[in-house]
Ligand binder design. Structure first.
Ligand SMILES: Cc1cc2nc3c(=O)[nH]c(=O)nc-3n(C[C@H](O)[C@H](O)[C@H](O)COP(=O)(O)OP(=O)(O)OC[C@H]3O[C@@H](n4cnc5c(N)ncnc54)[C@H](O)[C@@H]3O)c2cc1C
Length: 469
């Protein structure tokens, strides 16, 4: 049967099953889901056009189940989409098929205050959920850079890294139960709505960071926290990144509770407001009861004094924390990304060596410089850790393979220092082949076997996450 005939037949099946209003097939409708519309997808995949054959807009689990059964019958790819904010080409329809957009699966199904959990459909944005919970005195605490657009389903599927992880962990730590439509159309409930139990395999963790390759999350029950009585942030300048880093390590290892702590080199855009001779800064913030926060802030200010930090005005620290939610994390920020960002994990003792080699050896060889908004060095520090650097890619359009070489060298450096290529943001197609640097063939083969058990016909977001043999 020709693709055209198959498309007609598929279209009929999808419309008969879901209804015409939930199926898109016209070029104009598919355009915004095809790769040319997304600069980050283009960066991840470089050449050629990729477009889905259909987009579907389910409203509930049964719609998802029907669509998956059709995809399974025709053995065509089905790619779940949340807010579309990933930067690794996870949504590129490499071999066409169906994009299942969860935009209309955005309901809050239950808020259970005594047991501190919320059950939601996957397409609700982190911001919408956070705002709704705030009105009930609760907090999700999954404040990621993309929080205005990223969804609960997308965040779980990319192992979303939030700013407040030091005190509250990540969404991966807070999942109590998931409902997932598997590749054969069966509906899996991973377990009771309980945060911790010693029964069964922890099935829900399989879907954390799976990037839609193992099944489609249709419902998530997540632990929430009471909203804190007080919040406060502090900021201090240091001579250089090394001294700022030493200060955050002291904070981290002191035993004091903090919500988040970062050390980074001053971005160019901030130069005018930075005290002379200071090249780096730290930011830490605190949440809890009045008494707790007061004691924690006093404790950390003492560390700042002892490590030679110069405290910034309190409102600058607060503006940074508020700005993270208000300014940086919109779709505007995506359009504005002039280059690329890397977010590896690097063992802390190797961090300075990493940055020296990154900029002085690799980036200088390829003529790549820090982006104007970005930092040269940065560490998000606490319970989890993520190094970061943002840079401009002047030659990308003319010379994409140039950047590919730089990326490979960065990945080799990261793994040679005992790190992980992507502590945050996931793999998609961008980092897929670099997993060979980080995992043994036995580990990769175990991943392939899990995938084959759950998705034997490879219809769930094929070509992403795990490298071919
Ligand atoms: C400006 C900016 C800042 C960012 N900051 C951060 C940050 O601080 N921390 C961080 O972790 N990331 C960050 N990111 C990356 C990105 O926002 C996250 O990876 C985010 O969690 C993706 O969510 P999404 O809803 O947009 O998912 P999408 O991009 O739509 O999808 C991501 C992956 O999840 C899968 N998926 C989506 N929904 C489902 C579902 N229901 N079931 C199964 N699979 C599904 C998709 O198939 C895809 O593979 C940032 C991105 C931008 C543009």
């Amino acid at each position: 049967m020709s693709t055209h005939d198959l498309c007609d037949e598929l279209k009929k099946s999808l419309i008969d099953s879901l209804g015409e209003t939930k199926v898109l097939w016209k070029d104009a409708d598919l355009a915004s889901y095809s790769m040319e519309s997304n600069i980050q997808m283009m960066r991840a995949v470089k050449k050629d056009k990729y477009s889905p054959d259909f987009v579907i807009l389910p409203t509930d689990t049964h719609d998802v189940q029907k669509a998956v059964r059709i995809a399974a019958q025709y053995r065509i790819p089905i790619i779940s989409k949340g807010g579309g904010s990933n930067l690794c080409g996870m949504l590129v329809p490499l071999s066409g098929g169906i994009i299942l957009d969860t935009i209309k699966m955005n309901k809050i199904l239950e808020v259970n205050k005594p047991n501190l959990y919320v059950t939601v459909q996957p397409g609700i944005t982190l911001k919408e959920l956070e705002e709704n919970l705030a009105r009930q005195g609760l907090a999700l605490n999954q404040i990621q850079g993309s929080y205005k657009v990223a969804t609960v389903g997308g965040s779980i599927s990319t192992s979303g890294f939030p700013r407040k992880h030091a005190k509250y962990g990540t969404i991966a730590d807070r999942i109590m139960s998931l409902e997932v439509v598997l590749a054969n159309g069966e509906i899996l409930r991973t377990g009771q709505k309980v945060l911790y139990t010693s029964t069964g395999y922890r099935l829900h963790q399989l879907f954390v960071g799976a990037e839609g390759t193992l099944g489609i999350i249709t419902e998530a029950t997540i632990r929430v926290e009471p909203r804190p009585e007080r919040q406060e942030a502090i900021m201090a300048y240091y001579d250089n990144f090394k001294s700022a880093l030493d200060a955050v390590i002291k904070i981290k290892t002191s035993g004091v509770t903090f919500v988040s702590a970062e050390a980074f080199t001053v971005p160019k855009e901030w130069y005018n407001n930075t005290p002379e001779g200071k090249d780096a800064l730290i930011i830490a913030d605190f949440e809890g009861t009045e008494g707790e926060v007061e004691a924690e802030v006093a404790f950390v200010k003492n560390i700042v004094n002892k490590t030679g930090g110069v405290s910034a005005p309190a409102e600058d620290a607060q503006n940074y924390v508020d700005g993270y939610q208000m300014i940086w994390c919109g779709t505007r920020a995506m359009e504005d990304i002039e280059g690329d960002v890397i977010c590896p994990y690097i063992p802390i003792e190797n961090l300075i060596e990493f940055y020296d080699k990154l900029w002085d050896e690799i980036m200088s060889k390829y003529g790549i410089v820090p982006s104007s908004r970005g930092e040269r060095c940065g560490l998000d520090c606490g319970r989890y850790e993520m190094a970061y650097a943002t840079f401009k890619l002047p030659e990308l359009n003319e010379n994409p393979e140039y950047y590919e070489k730089a990326k490979l060298e960065i990945a080799e450096l990261v793994t040679s220092l005992g790190g992980s290529v992507a502590a945050c943001m996931g793999v998609g197609v961008k980092y897929r082949d670099f997993l060979k640097l980080e995992f043994s063939e036995v580990a990769l083969d175990t991943m392939r076997k899990i995938k084959a058990v759950l998705d034997p016909d490879n219809i769930m977001n094929p070509g992403k996450k795990i490298p071919n043999k």
